[in-house]
Design a protein around this ligand. Sequence first.
Ligand code: NAI
Length: 398
Amino acid sequence: MNVLLLEKIHSIAARSLRAQGLQITTVNKSLAGDELLKATRTVVALGIRSKTRVTAEVISNAKDLLSVTCFCIGSDQVDMDACTERGIVVFNAPYSNTRSVSELTLGHIIMLMRGVIDSNAAMHQGTWKKSANHSNEVRGKTLGIVGYGHIGSQISILAEALGMEVLFYDIRESLALGNARRVRSLKELLKLSDVVTLHVPDTAATRMMIGPAELRAMKKGSVLINTSRGKVVKIDALKDALLKKHLRGAAIDVFPNEPGSNGPGWDCPLRGFPNVILTPHIAGSTMEAQREIGASASAKLTRFLTEGTTTGSLNFPQMELPPLERRHRIIHVHKNVPGVISHIGSVLKRHKINIEGQHLETTDKLGYLVTDIDHPVKGGLLQDLTATPNTIRVRVLY
Ligand code: NAI
């Protein structure tokens, strides 16, 4: 089975897929147009990062394609509907950079509380400015976390280890870790925290969730960190709060408009502030996160190709399957409409198939039926299953 990995995916992915006997081709850049169509014509799996656009044309051209695996967090670059219609599973690697974001956030908090950005700039300009003024330990300070998901809760643990008091606000019920305390409203969190850090997704409710009123509600002399999504903070309002010295400082890693490629010409109203850390959306970008993405996405792909497991997929019913041991497995992907299962049942009966195990999971659009049998598939069974109305794809694992 041929697998194509584009865009310099971490080498651990190719290594682990090769160990499964798969034929791996790696290309260190993204492909597009005819180059991509040609390269994907005979592959069973395509691995990409964020730059390769997997369009409906690519999908319909890649006749053998079983999976598109995004070795990154996002999956907007893939035409998900086209994949679902063709019975192609899509995976990604969320949460592989949770620790990286958490560590940088803590780094930002300490740098801001100690005024390091300002001292560093002064030193580079040849000025020695030793002072304890406006320099504080984080121990005993209150950290307010907005969004207590994977990253927010990881930061909660690390911040407590540094002696911070942790408060959090989340719209979802979630277990408070360690001594962290949930607060009832964003306003309460803003009022009580020395440091506010944002870890929410980009939704209609979070867009511009930190504007002039919220910044005014923050404690005087507190700091704001945003490593979540650019549209969560109103940048002009933050600039105002900094100019008025209501906030001690801020660290911003994500911006409402981020350029598509590296290079000069970037601008933002927060440039030039001595107490603001600006980073180019790198909170999650570490070698460790890249390795973890490579390992976790290739593990999902391997289990899908060798066992049919779909756990963690973005468009298929979730199914956790045991490894194949002295069995043969028929995977039937179909439209989720009435009558398909009984039709398949009658085909299996007609072929006198002894079923050892059978599992069905569905989404709105798809049905995923896995049938384990004790004998190899033969005698036209595959053709008959493929001819069953509403079948999208049939795959046999030996
Ligand atoms: P997650 O999905 O695990 O957690 C998000 C949390 O926010 C959830 O608990 C959710 O209930 C909560 N939430 C949603 N809407 C809310 C609202 N209106 N008010 C309060 N809480 C709300 O996500 P994860 O992995 O923790 O990521 C958090 C953010 O970090 C995401 O926006 C993600 O895109 C961003 N991120 C940024 C990176 C970077 O390099 N700067 C890298 C990785 C993630």
